[in-house]
Design a protein around this ligand. Structure first.
Ligand code: PLP
Length: 458
């Protein structure tokens, strides 16, 4: 019997194939059915009937209202559960976060900040956002007298752009890394406590850190802390932090980050950053996101979360050792965080080919440039992260098994390459016997682990 997350109904057995929901039950309905006659409350004068009419459109589960969409979502659930997810920027969040994300809070407009909204009726939303902000400061061990936070950005790219909008005038400059050197598309800027603070201090610049990947490690005090020397810190909330999808900006209030020269000019970007987020770049915040982020930040403050992050790092090291023991080359020869970069050039294959073969085997990794590459579209490496499978309870031994799966996928890719992969169609890759054999081992391995957030047929 299928155990599924409420309020989803159990999938009827005739729609299951090997425990997985089949393709859409009825394609013809997938674009809507204008012709169908629905009950509407306004057909009735009787108050009781009108109430029933409202329930008819407003209180039905997704599986009844839109089976097409429901089945696609069920199949995605199975994809997540049956495979090994190793995208370093992803994670599996919790049922509590899902519950807060899909709620009645989406009904409310709350442009502005707690205590100063454009619309009335925001007393509860104000409480939720204030709670979320104070948990955000607590999660990163920040003094509310010295740091402020805005949790409204829809994503980290929007958060970064809001910071640029707040800090820069036309013709001002941004200094950072380009994409091939490890920067992100939205800025190309990353700092790890090097000499950047000294330089920023010298030229009277603001120093910003986008900690999107490592924010979970920073909160758990398991890596260098950018708050000691930066003026602004941005992040996603859905990567190692294990929250809902979104962005966040922390800004220093009062004195500027104390530079190595001892310069402590005053800085207060609060007004500019808040104004850049709303009304300049965004409308109202997504209150579901705010509530879900508040839940995940509460989890981030727990001892269990610190233990989780420590395990994420141990697993990344076990994976690195496992690959190296099998003769693989890693950029930087290992890792001290949640991800590693596998240089595939030794085996004569691109990250694109391994990513493709891994997907066919039900492992998800992503192609990534390695030092010396001239294109991030045909790079010589793949990036592999441990946060997601650690959320499913994998330990070092499991990651050694994952290293073996990855190594095997690489061997298959190298063989395909010898046979000139360019002429291999996607169907040929999917029908390859070695891939099918590996895929079945991988699915057997993955389905033996729990899935946070939802249940699936066992
Ligand atoms: C360092 C960094 N900054 C920003 C982003 C973009 O985040 P979002 O997708 O939330 O815009 C990413 C995404 O991977 C990232 O790695």
């Amino acid at each position: 019997m299928a155990r599924l997350l409420a309020p989803f109904a159990v999938v009827a057995s005739e729609h299951l194939q090997n425990g997985i929901p089949r393709a859409l039950p009825n394609h013809s309905s997938s674009i809507g059915n204008r012709g169908a006659k629905n009950q509407t409350p306004f057909q009735y004068h009787d108050h009781k009937e009108r109430r029933r009419g409202v329930r008819d459109w407003g209180n039905k589960p997704l599986s009844d209202v839109d089976p097409d969409l429901y089945y696609i979502m069920e199949r995605e659930k199975h994809r997540q559960w049956r495979g090994i997810e190793l995208i370093a920027s992803e994670n599996f969040t919790s049922l509590a976060v899902f519950e807060a994300l899909g709620s009645h809070l989406t009904n409310k407009y709350s442009e502005g900040l707690p205590g100063s909204r454009y619309y009335k009726g925001n007393e509860h939303i104000d409480q939720i956002e204030s709670l979320c902000c104070s948990r955000a400061l607590a999660a990163f061990h920040l003094d509310p007298g010295k740091w402020g936070v805005n949790i409204q950005p829809y994503s980290c790219s929007s958060a970064n752009f809001a910071v640029f909008t707040a800090c820069l005038q036309p013709n001002d400059r941004i200094m950072g890394l380009d994409v091939l050197s490890g920067g992100h598309l939205s800025h190309g800027y990353q700092t790890q406590g090097g000499e950047e603070d000294l330089l920023a201090d010298k030229i009277h610049a603001f120093l910003m850190c986008d900690m999107a990947h490592i924010s979970g490690l920073i909160a758990a005090q398991e890596c260098d802390c950018p708050f000691d020397y930066c003026d602004v810190v941005t992040s996603t909330t859905h990567k190692s932090l294990r929250g809902p999808w979104g962005g966040i900006v922390f800004f220093r209030k009062g004195l500027k980050a104390p530079g190595k020269s001892g310069d402590t000019a005053s800085v207060n970007l609060e007004k500019e950053i808040n104004f850049a987020i709303h009304p300049t770049l965004q409308g109202g915040p997504d209150n579901n996101h705010t509530a879900a982020l508040a839940v995940s930040l509460k989890q981030v403050c727990s001892n269990e979360y610190k233990e989780y992050i420590q395990q994420v790092k141990k697993n990344a090291q076990a994976l690195a050792e496992g690959l190296k023991r099998r003769g693989c080359k890693l950029v930087t020869d290992g890792t001290n965080n949640h991800l590693l970069l596998w240089d595939l050039r030794l085996f004569g294959i691109t990250g694109n080919l391994l990513e493709e073969v891994c997907e066919a085997c039900h492992i998800t990794v992503n192609k990534n440039a390695v030092y010396g590459d001239s294109s991030s579209w045909q790079p010589g490496g793949v990036r592999i992260g441990t946060p997601t499978m650690t959320s499913r309870g994998c330990n070092e031994g499991d990651f050694d098994t994952i290293a073996e799966f990855l190594y095997r996928a690489m061997q298959i890719a190298a063989n395909l390459n010898k046979g000139n992969s360019k002429t291999q169609s996607k169907n040929e890759v999917l029908g390859n016997g070695e891939i099918l054999e590996l895929r079945s081992k991988i699915e057997e391995f993955a389905t033996a682990f729990e899935m946070p957030g939802f249940d699936v047929p066992q």
